[in-house]
Design a protein around this ligand. Structure first.
Ligand SMILES: C[S@@+](CC[C@H](N)C(=O)[O-])C[C@H]1O[C@@H](n2cnc3c(N)ncnc32)[C@H](O)[C@@H]1O
Length: 195
């Protein structure tokens, strides 16, 4: 099966990568690599204690597996990734379903923490995605947007880092005030939702 092309707000060209919208054999291989390469430890600490957590673009479910909350939910547009996430979270009470950043299918204010890791630059419409994720974050909840860091220890992170003006656009879409964290391989923008 050919890898689907994605038109994203962040790049001038169409993206064609099994990491962007994993499907078929290459997509499943990409999912395995994500599980192998990504260390969720620091992000789990940043998420902290929360009753309910939604991960948007959960991929093969490596972060989900490490989140301890009463309600853990993951959405992704790729059925292949949801199947891997289900396998990887076997025996855990994790809700998994199809969805995108701009159409999560979740109710208003449903989650204490909403997190997106390494997919914000693949969304077709940044502002629509942020608007939707703010909608599903409860009042005084937190929205965390993480992307490969320019100062990351891994060459993959450094190669895929976004330029400052793109990070500034995410920051602007989140709305003031935001906080920025530099983790080992991720830059994380955090928004405390006031509503
Ligand atoms: C590089 S993978 C990252 C997966 C996972 N978050 C991780 O860090 O291992 C990107 C994921 O984003 C998903 N994705 C692509 N477009 C998306 C969109 N518009 N909204 C949400 N997720 C999307 C892909 O299906 C894929 O699973």
């Amino acid at each position: 099966m050919a890898t689907k092309e994605i038109r994203s707000w962040a790049y001038d060209e169409l993206i064609r990568s099994p990491f962007a919208l994993p499907q078929g054999m290459l997509g499943r291989l990409a999912g395995r690599l994500m599980l192998w390469l990504n260390d969720p430890g620091e992000l789990v600490t940043l998420i902290g204690k929360a009753d309910s957590v939604l991960e948007v673009g959960c991929g093969p479910g490596g972060l989900l597996r490490n989140i301890q909350a009463k309600r853990v939910c993951g959405i992704d547009p790729s059925p292949d990734m949801l199947r891997q996430a289900a396998r990887h979270n076997r025996g855990r009470d994790v809700e998994l379903r199809l969805g995108t950043a701009s159409d999560t299918g979740c109710p208003d204010g449903g989650f204490d923490v909403v997190v997106s890791v390494n997919n914000v630059a693949m969304w077709p419409d940044l502002e629509a995605g942020i608007h939707e994720l703010r909608r599903v974050t409860r009042p005084r909840g937190r929205l965390l947007i993480a992307w490969h860091s320019a100062t990351g220890r891994s060459p993959i992170a450094r190669k895929n880092a976004l330029p400052e003006e793109k990070l500034a656009r995410i920051d602007h879409a989140l709305g003031e005030p935001t906080r920025r964290y530099e983790l080992k391989n991720l830059t994380v923008l955090e928004k405390h939702c006031q509503r």
